[in-house]
Design a protein around this ligand. Sequence first.
Ligand code: UD1
Ligand code: MG
Length: 452
Amino acid sequence: MDSSLSVVILAAGAGTRMKSPTPKVLHTLCGKSMLALIINQALELSDDIHIVLYHQAQRVQDMLQCEFGALLDSTLHIHIQDVDRFPGTGGALRGIESKHHRVLVLNGDMPLVRSSSLKTLCARTEPIVMSLFWLQNPDGYGRVVLDSDEIHTIAQANPPKNPKVLKIIEQKDASAQELEIRSVNAGVYVFDRDVLTRYIPRLSNANAQKEYYLTDVVALARDEGVAIGGVFVSEGEYMGVNDKIHLTKAQEVLLARLREHAMAQGVMMDMPHTIYIESDVVFEGECVLENGVRICGKSVIRDSHIKAHSVIESSVVIKSDVGPMAHLRPNSHITRTHIGNFVELKSAHLEGVKAGHLSYLGDCEIGEGSNIGAGVITCNYDGKAKHKSIIGKNVFVGSDCQLVAPVRLESNTLIAAGSTITHNVPSGALAIARTKQHNKPGFFAKFFGKTK
Ligand code: UD1
Ligand code: MG
């Protein structure tokens, strides 16, 4: 960690283009909000991180409390922007007192940026360092005007090492000619603290959006001879998310990274592009994921085979096979277990169990050697509260049984198919709870008046 670096993350904007009641920075990619993703990277670089909020600040603060509670006030500092008087990315930096003399400023809507590439930017020493990239379609970004000897209207395969940055023009303020510029502002900057102190109060809002643009600091400082360093970065890492199309694109990039990371750790994948995994999922040993699998939350998958179109949420799967089309809902924990198609688990702890077909096993514990027949249902909810089913070792539950919880099936018991079990079953017993079958000879002909 660079102890001489402070970080400011701009997260106060309304995010109008998202067309959503959820504040932009709380939109998630692979289960993590954009803001949490960028804070995690910032934490690898600095012990002094300032987060600027305004729109739905309370909701954002609640997320911060929940995910980073222990760091609030010590490492993470929340500021509320005075948006009424000073709207815009420049307004967001007013009144922020950083601990260190170098300040890395990040837009909060850049969820793909990694600390490793931010370090390259931070290694530069100019009083202002800014990031830019080339785009065939620069729509939506601020255009970076480079010195005239650099051709900046054509996206370059090999961008210049030290581009001479003159100024940044926001899309809404650009002339038709300026709109042709394909070098765009990526939205990450490193400033000397003194530069911010000097130029932020001098920004004007005489522009199309009537906002104080942080980007105008570049031209102001340059006119007074301040050196500006430009660093070309990749769009794949620095793209800004302003609408739901961007969000989907950014999530694809993050997913590709997560899948590759998992494969590098020994996970085999059929048709990887159809597999969705979240950032907190941990794979151990050798695992196989078939096409269409979705694994969310803090799940751990060890030495297991997850078959096509299964969904696993915040659960632990060890030496087991799941699916196809099975659903493990949160807090399930299975070891040496076979879960077949159309089986749903919720808060279920299974060890050495077979549940092959069409079951709901919720709020239950099932022990070694037990077999759960097709269509078995734990009736865990009575309309008011949830109750547990405890199933011991070597229990054979026949097909189409309902276990009305709370209920306990002791080890070494047999439950006859089609039973509705409402009482505990003692060890060694057969429980049968269904009406007796009566066969009525000749009834068919009597009923239909003919023999078929
Ligand atoms: C901004 C840049 C643009 C750049 C692009 C890169 C400015 C004026 N423009 O444009 O040059 O190409 O990012 O993605 O900086 N925010 C605040 N307070 C505000 C307004 C915004 O904190 O008053 C925050 C937002 O929450 C967001 C970030 O600043 O996280 C950027 O704001 P956004 O409105 O997305 O700016 P862009 O139009 O993308
Ligand atoms: Mg943006």
